[in-house]
Design a protein around this ligand. Structure first.
Ligand code: ADP
Length: 542
């Protein structure tokens, strides 16, 4: 075995400390010097009583003591020393070793012995070995403590409710230090501190308790003191609550029996786990609260839109009705003004109609009037209706499917027309003047699930389906936005600048109406090159 030097003993974060005791001054100095020469921190004395006094003020790793001394024997010194520091390693130096001495030595926790006279190298080797063994034992003990803490703290991961979690932490702490109550002060930047209690029948925390928790948070250190709560004096200990180096609050517990430093260290470890769990639970609560607020906002927004649309319908119908009557009877130049007035009122009516449709979908009031639809007729009709707008931008709408490739579709004619017109209107809006918009339609029997089609992620039931796609050569949609454009009121950035106008309702309505037919709609797009929206509907209706 190679000799272990203190600088090799990587188990120790600093040079190990050794107390050498021998009433023979020469041996005492000789040992002490030899150990100091190889880097140990050594204190020596010729008196057992002085040695005990040293040990009351300093923690040593090893005691190297003579066995026969006038004031007290080495074995008695070892006994008292280990009572002060149970982790202390002890080597005794003895002239004659009897079996009886050895047995007693083992009982006093002596780790090894050196028979006098010994060589200096022999002593160094024994010291190095004993220190190494001690480090191993300490590491094992530490590891066991960590495993124990982890087992305890696994209870913290069972809940994300803050109040349940505080109860759980007090329960675990009770098994460790016998506490009856616990308080947690959680502090977040820009928020008022939040006090939580870990037990149902708790005394109210008073001003002094609050101050203790605040002090612990500021000093980032445990504080042990007494606290008078509900006219009873309690021993209390506080701990900082830290997550990844950042302080999130502090905790206070009562305890009954004195807490050795190892137990406080264990508690700090445990509370680190508790702090992470509290932090997660806080984040979860905040997300839930934010989600609740968003849902409420969404509900209020829908409510507002619904009421506004409803209230606007009647006066708008009057404006539009009289506008058309006067428009028909008027002469130029008044006629041009009235054309604009009626056109604008029509646009307002479309927006209000969209909102009303959406509201009906939300409240499940939309009913489908399913009827046989000759597909090419419907497509020609829709194109016809949009032709006027297309001409204004000198755009071409073409139908790229021969009529004989089409079949009869069973669906709600008005609603499917609305879907196609909405998609066509978008295609025209986002395509520059003189651009081309192409409609394709086909009937196909889906054989197997899942049906695979470019950009379609979903399942089409086997059976006959009708597909209609509308392709434009417009601005296209960035890939990151493709999923979101179907959300109500969602518009891609350029639309928000009002360059293209719109309300962000059209696609939400399209999706809602298509879904009502058990169909699907999806988009494929390339920025700057154009988009294709495809609608798939079960041919035989619902
Ligand atoms: P609106 O067109 O009224 O804004 P929609 O719900 O119909 O609302 O469309 C939502 C958004 O999707 C549009 O604002 C636009 O950003 C984008 N979009 C829809 N259709 C197209 C298209 N054919 N080409 C480019 N972007 C489109």
């Amino acid at each position: 075995m190679t000799e272990r030097q203190p600088n090799e003993a990587s188990e120790y974060s600093r040079a190990p400390t050794i107390l050498v005791v021998d009433d023979d001054t020469t041996i005492c100095r000789y040992c002490s010097k030899a150990l100091r020469n190889v880097g140990y921190q050594v204190v020596d004395t010729t008196s057992g009583l002085v040695a005990l006094d040293y040990m009351r003020h300093q923690v040593f790793d090893l005691l190297l003591t003579d066995i026969k001394m006038p004031e007290m024997s080495g074995l008695e010194l070892a006994r008292q020393a280990r009572a002060l520091n149970p982790g202390l390693a002890v080597i005794i130096m003895t002239g004659q070793t009897t079996l009886e001495t050895l047995r007693e030595a083992v009982q006093q926790g002596v780790t090894s012995y050196l028979s006098k006279p010994f060589e200096i190298e022999e002593m160094r080797l024994t010291v190095a070995q004993v220190l190494h063994q001690r480090a191993m034992v300490l590491q094992k003990v530490k590891l066991e403590a960590i495993v124990h803490q982890l087992e305890l703290s696994s209870a913290f991961n069972r809940t994300l409710s803050l109040s349940e979690l505080c109860g759980e932490i007090v329960r675990v702490t009770n098994s460790e230090i016998g506490c009856k109550f616990g308080y947690f002060l959680l502090q977040q930047p820009d928020e008022a501190p939040r006090l939580l209690m870990g037990q149902a029948n708790h005394p109210q925390l008073n001003e002094a308790g609050w101050q203790l928790l605040q002090e612990t948070y500021q000093q980032q250190q445990p504080i042990q003191t007494t606290l008078n709560l509900a006219n009873t004096e309690h021993n209390v200990i506080t701990f900082p609550l830290r997550v990844g180096g950042a302080m999130i609050g502090s905790a206070l517990f009562d305890y009954t029996e004195a807490l050795p430093s190892a137990q406080i260290e264990g508690m700090m470890l445990l509370l680190n786990q508790a702090a992470s769990a509290l932090n997660n639970a806080q984040l979860f609560t905040r997300v839930q609260e934010a989600n609740g607020r968003l849902q409420e906002l969404d509900r209020l927004k829908s409510e507002f839109i619904s009421i506004t649309s409803h209230e606007l319908r009647t006066p708008l119908a009057v404006v539009l009705g009289y506008g058309i009557v006067i428009q028909e009877r008027s002469e130029q130049p008044i006629r041009t003004y009235l054309d604009r007035l009626v056109e604008s009122a029509q646009r307002m009516k479309e927006i209000i109609d969209d909102m009303t449709h959406l509201r009906r979908l939300d409240t499940r009031q939309t009913e489908l009037q399913v009827e046989p639809i000759v597909l090419d007729e419907l497509l020609y009709e829709v194109i016809e209706q949009m032709q006027g707008l297309a001409q204004k931008k000198a755009q071409t709408i073409s139908l790229a499917t021969p009529p004989d490739a089409l079949c009869t579709l069973y669906a709600d004619r008005a609603k499917i027309a609305l879907v196609l017109m909405s998609l066509l209107s978008n295609a025209m809006k986002f395509t520059p003047a003189e651009g081309i918009i192409t409609l394709r339609a086909w009937c196909e029997t889906v054989q197997a699930v899942p049906y695979e089609h470019t950009y379609f992620k979903g399942t089409l039931q086997p059976g006959p389906w009708v597909f209609v796609s509308i392709s434009d050569s417009g601005i296209g949609i960035p890939e990151s936005q493709l999923q979101r454009i179907f959300d109500r009121f969602y518009q891609v950035a350029q639309s928000l600048t009002r360059e293209y106008g719109g309300t962000g309702v059209g696609l939400a309505l399209v999706q809602g109406l298509v879904a009502l037919h058990n169909g699907h709609v999806w988009v494929q797009s390339e920025e700057g090159r154009g988009s294709t929206f495809t609608v798939a509907l079960p041919q035989r209706g619902l």
